[in-house]
Design a protein around this ligand. Structure first.
Ligand code: IPD
Ligand code: CA
Length: 274
């Protein structure tokens, strides 16, 4: 079995595209909620479950020694030191309403996916289902959008007051109250804010230059494991702020020096706490 990042990327991309086609065929905007998770608005559809099943079946066949951590079915440890971290539909609420912003995220990580800073993404693919676009990255090899390299070339990075900043909110109301407080202070100090509803695409959007920055509190490993590598391989800094790795507490992504300014500002505003 290969451990070569490009070989692993080929599997990640095939898996994400296959799951994405299943999700597309299940008819966004015409589907029912099957269950709820952390709050009544945190939903699971049949397509989330079917897509994760497809991913698990394919990975079990191709990579039987690797572990799998998925949003719907949890973690099954492997023996190889590699774990596939998958989000079958990131942006489930958009999918439910037929808003064209959702993706399948497939990453393969080395190390301990249950330990903050204990893992590294080796390869990953975020497949934007409505647009049919694939963001891909392989550690040390680069990042691509539909096969075209995402440039690492230094570009002009705006100051905070000119930055278009993407963010997202959690599903629990206490968390949202805290997130609203942060925005109350931040929104008047930036160009504008976007809340599209798909964290994997938000993070890839910074890599592609669609946003200048992205931050969110409360992300799970499967939300960002693939997009994290797409961003860092494109020259974007992804941090938890204060020298910490990104985690459920906080993830901040931008090119430097904006990443430093925004992370410091967010910590000052208490964006890493409820
Ligand atoms: C959610 C989306 C959303 C973000 C939430 C995530 P899900 O993932 O990425 O944009 O704000 O934090 O939980 O539930 O659609 O897979
Ligand atoms: Ca998600």
């Amino acid at each position: 079995m290969t451990d070569d990042p490009l070989g692993l990327l080929a599997i990640a991309e095939e898996a994400a595209r296959r799951a994405g086609e299943l999700v597309r065929a299940s008819g966004p905007g015409r589907i029912a909620v099957e269950a709820t998770k952390s709050s009544p608005t945190d939903v699971v559809t049949a397509a989330d479950r079917a897509a994760e099943e497809l991913l698990r079946a394919m990975l079990a066949q191709r990579r039987p020694e690797d572990g799998v951590l998925g949003e719907e079915e949890g973690w099954v440890a492997g023996t190889s030191g590699l774990t596939w971290v998958v989000d079958p539909i990131d942006g489930t609420v958009n999918y439910l309403y037929g808003i064209p912003a959702f993706a399948v995220s497939v990453a393969v990580v080395s190390g301990r996916p249950d330990v903050v800073g204990g893992w590294e993404t080796v390869a990953g693919c975020v497949y934007d289902v409505p647009l049919g676009q694939a963001f891909t990255a392989a550690r040390g090899r680069g990042a691509w959008l539909d096969g075209r390299p995402l440039s690492r070339a230094p570009r002009e990075v705006p100051a905070l007051d000119q930055a278009l900043v993407a963010t997202g909110f959690g599903y629990r109301s206490e968390r949202r109250r805290a997130q609203a407080r942060v925005l109350l202070h931040l929104l008047p100090r930036v160009r504008d804010v976007r809340r599209v509803g798909c964290s994997a695409l938000d993070l890839c959007g910074v890599a592609a230059g669609r946003y200048d920055a992205y931050f969110e509190r409360g992300l799970h490993t499967w939300d960002f494991a693939a997009a994290y590598l797409v961003a860092t391989e494109s020259g974007v800094t992804v941090t938890g702020g204060g020298g910490r790795p990104p985690s459920e507490e906080l993830l901040v992504a931008a090119r430097d020096p904006l990443a430093r300014t925004l992370a410091a500002e967010l910590l000052e505003l208490g964006a890493d706490a409820d």
